[in-house]
Design a protein around this ligand. Structure first.
Ligand SMILES: Nc1ncnc2c1ncn2[C@@H]1O[C@H](COP(=O)(O)OP(=O)(O)OP(=O)(O)O)[C@@H](O)[C@H]1O
Ligand SMILES: [Mg+2]
Length: 319
């Protein structure tokens, strides 16, 4: 398997105890595949993405396994992890301003990035590679003489994508890559990202709370709720044949879909407190279909058609 997370747990250590932001998640990704990760705010999407790169606070607790091309990441030393970051696994953040150093010219930024992984690289070679990749994202190579604050939001995100691509990663994690941009620029950036993903033969984890955006781009979609993956399915199956009540709720929130068997009006409440999550299903308080067992026992993941669903409605096990 190209990428494999197995029983992955990522807990934040806080004064109140552990926040179980990612709790026993398993996910496989094939080479060249795009996986969408969706779910409402606070369900653990960014924790998962950043946890794969181990860029979370040093007190964070990890358990389980994450393998990329059979290399285990969870127990890697910081030194070895630094060789993976950017080089093997790239990351595109929501707000490029925080990751693009504003006091460094673009050219220098690319040179420094390249040098981290290829210490021998000359300035000339770095400049060539920078020009090539800037061109790919639709930015005039001459603009590498400028600072990131001289670019518009959309342009900055293009620079960020170029900075990720210049190292040729095999997997890229894009965390809400277009959320801060207007809808037209959003669509352009998504299209660009999709084309470049194919051209560079990368796999991608695309994180967003917008199911509409991923439906077109992703091969499969994982729906997260309260630190769990509650449904994993091929994009068209998820979209047309959603199984988990929470997936249906999410789909209902997109205009122009025809999921009418749940009435949004009756779904109330908010996501669970992850420092003290419910012992049974984490969606139980908001689920219109809840049964007794849902409160008492965590649902197993079951295969329904070709989808995987973590819900007692689909389990054969008697209460
Ligand atoms: N540094 C931290 N320390 C403690 N708890 C944290 C920390 N960062 C995130 N959390 C908590 O972990 C949970 C998951 O957060 P995360 O940022 O992964 O959610 P998300 O799905 O990316 O949300 P959003 O859509 O808003 O970006 C939340 O309950 C959040 O409050
Ligand atoms: Mg997030």
């Amino acid at each position: 398997m190209f990428f494999e997370a197995k029983n992955l747990k990522i807990y934040y250590k806080t004064k109140k105890g552990f926040v179980k932001a990612v709790d026993n998640i398993s996910l496989n990704i094939e080479k060249g595949q795009t996986v969408g990760l969706v779910g409402e705010s606070g369900c653990g999407k960014s924790t998962f993405g950043q946890g794969l790169l181990k860029i979370l606070p040093p007190t964070t607790y990890y358990d389980g396994s994450v393998k990329i091309e059979n290399q285990e990441l969870i127990n890697l030393t910081e030194d070895k992890m630094r060789k993976i970051r950017g080089k093997k696994i790239g990351m595109i953040f929501q707000d490029p301003m925080t990751s693009l150093n504003p006091v460094m010219k673009i050219e220098k930024l690319f040179y420094e990035t390249l040098k981290t992984h290829e210490p021998e690289i000359t300035k000339e070679e770095a400049r060539k590679r920078t020009a090539k990749v800037l061109e790919k994202v639709g930015i005039e190579p001459e603009r590498m003489k400028e600072y990131s604050f001289q670019f518009s939001g959309g342009m900055r995100q293009r620079v960020m994508i170029a900075l990720t691509l210049v190292l040729n990663p095999i997997l890229v994690i894009a965390d809400e890559p277009t959320t801060s941009l207007d809808v037209i620029v959003q669509a352009q950036i998504m299209k660009l990202l999709n084309e470049l993903r194919k051209e560079y033969d990368m796999s991608m984890i695309l994180i967003t709370h917008d199911l509409g955006v991923v439906a077109e781009m992703a091969d499969k979609i994982c729906v997260m709720y309260g630190g769990h993956i509650v449904e994993e399915a091929k994009s068209e199956d998820l979209y047309y044949k959603p199984k988990h009540p929470y997936t249906k709720l999410l789909l209902q929130s997109i205009p122009n879909t025809n999921i009418n068997d749940l009435d949004l009006k009756y779904i109330y409440g908010s996501p669970p407190d992850l420092s003290n999550p419910p012992i049974g299903c984490r969606f139980v308080d908001r689920c219109p279909y809840k049964k007794e067992i849902c409160k008492l026992k965590e649902p197993p993941v079951v295969e329904v058609d070709e989808s995987k669903v973590k819900c007692w409605l689909y389990s054969e096990v008697k209460q």
